[in-house]
Design a protein around this ligand. Structure first.
Ligand code: HEC
Length: 175
C-alpha cells in the first residue's frame, strides 16, 4: 500500500509540472523586430560574418526559431536579444556618433578576441557563428583598421562609404 501512495504522489507531481509548463506558455514574450533604420555599410565579407554570428542579438533582423516560442527557453532568448540590442544594435547604427562608432568597433574586436562574443550559449545551435581564424582576421581589420572613419554616413552603399572613409582619413592626417 505504501508504494501505491508514493505512486500517487509522483503522478500528481507530474501533472502539476505539466500544468505549469502549459501555464507559463501564456506569459507574453516580446519577440518583435523593430524597423531597420540603417545598415552599417561594412564590406560584404564583414557583413557576412556579423550577419551569421551577431545579427540575431545585435540587430532588428533577429531570427526567431521555433524554440524561441517555447517557455522558458523563449524567456532566455528574448532577454539576450533585448540586452544585446541595448548594448549594440547594428540596425540603429545611425544613432551613434562617429566617436561612439569607433569605440564600438574597438569593443567588437575586444569581445571577439577574448571569446566573449558571440555568447557561448548561442553556439551549440549556431555552429556557423563559431568564427574561424580567418574570419576573425577579417573582422579585426574592419574593427581596428580604418576604424577612425567610423562610417560617417552608414546609409551609403559600401563603395560610397569607402570613398567617404578616404575623405575622412585625409582629414585625420592633421592629428
Ligand atoms: C545570443 C545573443 C548574442 C550574440 C549571438 C552576440 N551577442 Fe554580443 N551581446 C549579447 C548580450 C546579451 C550582451 C550584453 C551583456 C554582455 O555583455 O554579456 C552583448 C554585448 C556585446 C558587446 C558589448 C557592448 C557594450 O556596450 O559593452 C559587444 C561589443 C558585442 N556584444 C559584440 C558582439 C559581436 C561582435 C557578436 C558576433 C560576433 C555578438 N556580440 C554576438 C548577446 C549576443
Amino acid at each position: 500500500m505504501k508504494s501505491n501512495k508514493a505512486g500517487n504522489w509522483r503522478r500528481w507531481i507530474l501533472w502539476g509540472l505539466l500544468a505549469l509548463v502549459i501555464v507559463i506558455q501564456l506569459i507574453p514574450v516580446e519577440r518583435g523586430n523593430p524597423p531597420v533604420e540603417t545598415t552599417i555599410g561594412a564590406p560584404e565579407a564583414v557583413m557576412a560574418i556579423l550577419r551569421s554570428a551577431c545579427y540575431d542579438c545585435h540587430s532588428n533582423e533577429s531570427h526567431w526559431p521555433w524554440y524561441s516560442y517555447v517557455a522558458p527557453v523563449s524567456w532566455l532568448i528574448a532577454h539576450d536579444v533585448e540586452e544585446g540590442r541595448e548594448h549594440l544594435n547594428f540596425s540603429t547604427w545611425n544613432r551613434f556618433s562617429d566617436k561612439d562608432r569607433v569605440e564600438l568597433r574597438e569593443e567588437i574586436w575586444e569581445e571577439v578576441e577574448e571569446g566573449e562574443m558571440p555568447l557561448a550559449i548561442y553556439l551549440p545551435l549556431h555552429p556557423e557563428a563559431e568564427l574561424s581564424e580567418s574570419q576573425k582576421a577579417t573582422l579585426r581589420s574592419w574593427a581596428l583598421g580604418s576604424a577612425h572613419s567610423g562610417n560617417r554616413d552608414a546609409r551609403l552603399e559600401p563603395s560610397q562609404a569607402r570613398s567617404g572613409e578616404e575623405h575622412q582619413d585625409a582629414s585625420h592626417e592633421t592629428h
